[in-house]
Design a protein around this ligand. Structure first.
Ligand code: HPA
Ligand code: ZN
Length: 326
């Protein structure tokens, strides 16, 4: 498949990946040993066998539990390096990477420990593989807006070290409207903002993310199809969707890849990008996602080229950098 080979070889950006979701079982056990922690699984195979999810929440429970092995700045550095090495191998040349400070500060790990470690990983990754990376601080939507404000206050002394803000975790019952004030403050600080919306939640959450949070991209957005007026708006306004195909199958958003809405959205003119979300948990990195999409939809080379172009256009680098990449 010539189009598939081209898609895998093409330089591209990854815009939707959670660093905590790149924790592979072998690294989880190595960090547990290093930190004197006992994981509630006998071995790597037993942990991997637990990756059998029926919803976003069933995944999040395990994802937050495994994050407990991340304790020191070195741990966060090693996590970042492991991800960047794999991303670079898939010809990802730029990544905008989510991190969830509340998952760590709630366990007594300081914000600066997390930030120092991730940044050191980014620096070494750029040096070793030439890959550029930026950090997007995500607020956990199952926690209160007050908690998000406290996290923002912790981040403010080092604001120049993060690139933007996002919103993730359990979606249903936690609408974007709950975070309108904290996102207004994020925008006042001059940072781009994004939000997960329309993964499991309804299209109204996509509208809220745009209207109430000022979200510049929609993370997932694949349930937009339940409201044609929302689809029409996404297309009219050129709002990028950071779609995560393997994630949506593993979390049962769609029963099969053939039933995934990304092909229809793309054909209708939506600015779709392909991303890995939590690659350690969902069966693969960037090119694994591309292979799974191609097996279902058999896109031609031009379609894959437009998806790669979308990834650069939707990124938060400056226009000169975009022009150099496109
Ligand atoms: N959705 C919401 N929250 C998340 C996800 C996701 O796919 N991955 C990590 N946190
Ligand atoms: Zn996500």
């Amino acid at each position: 498949d010539v189009a598939l080979e081209l898609a895998c070889r093409m330089p591209k950006a990854e815009l939707h990946v959670h660093i905590e979701g790149t924790l592979e079982p072998d690294l989880a056990f190595a960090l547990a040993r290093r930190n004197g922690i006992t994981l509630p699984y006998a071995d790597e195979a037993a942990l991997a066998a637990a990756y059998d999810f029926d919803s976003l929440q069933s995944f999040l429970d395990l994802y937050y539990a495994c994050a407990d092995v991340l304790r020191t700045a070195d741990d966060f550095r090693d996590l970042m390096l492991a991800y960047l090495e794999r991303a670079a191998a898939d010809n990802v040349i730029h990544a905008e990477i989510f991190f969830d400070p509340q998952t760590h500060t709630a366990r007594g790990i300081t914000y600066i420990t997390v930030l120092d470690g991730l940044e050191e990983g980014l620096r070494l990754g750029r040096e070793r593989w030439g890959i550029s990376g930026r950090l997007i601080l995500c607020f956990l939507r199952h926690l209160s807006e007050e908690d998000a404000f406290a996290t923002l206050a912790e981040a403010e002394p080092w604001l120049d070290r993060i690139h933007g803000f996002g919103l993730d975790s359990s979606e249903k019952g936690f609408p974007p409207s709950k975070f309108a004030r904290v996102f207004a403050r994020c925008r006042e600080l001059g940072k781009p903002v994004v939000a997960h919306a329309g993964e499991e939640g309804p299209p109204e959450y996509i509208s809220e993310a745009l209207d109430l949070l000022g979200s510049q991209r929609i993370d997932h957005g694949v349930r937009a199809v339940d409201d044609p007026t929302v689809v029409a708006r996404l297309i009219r306004e050129g709002i990028p969707l950071t779609v995560c195909p393997l994630s949506n199958i593993r979390l049962c958003v769609f029963p099969t890849m053939e039933q995934h809405t990304l092909a229809g959205l793309l054909a209708a003119g939506a600015k779709v990008t392909v991303n890995s979300d939590d690659p350690a948990y969902f069966g693969g990195y960037m090119n694994d996602n591309i292979r799974a999409v191609q097996a279902a939809f058999h896109f031609d080379a031009a379609t894959w080229q437009s998806i790669a172009r979308n990834s650069f256009e939707a990124s938060f680098v400056d226009e000169a950098q975009k022009a150099a990449w496109i």
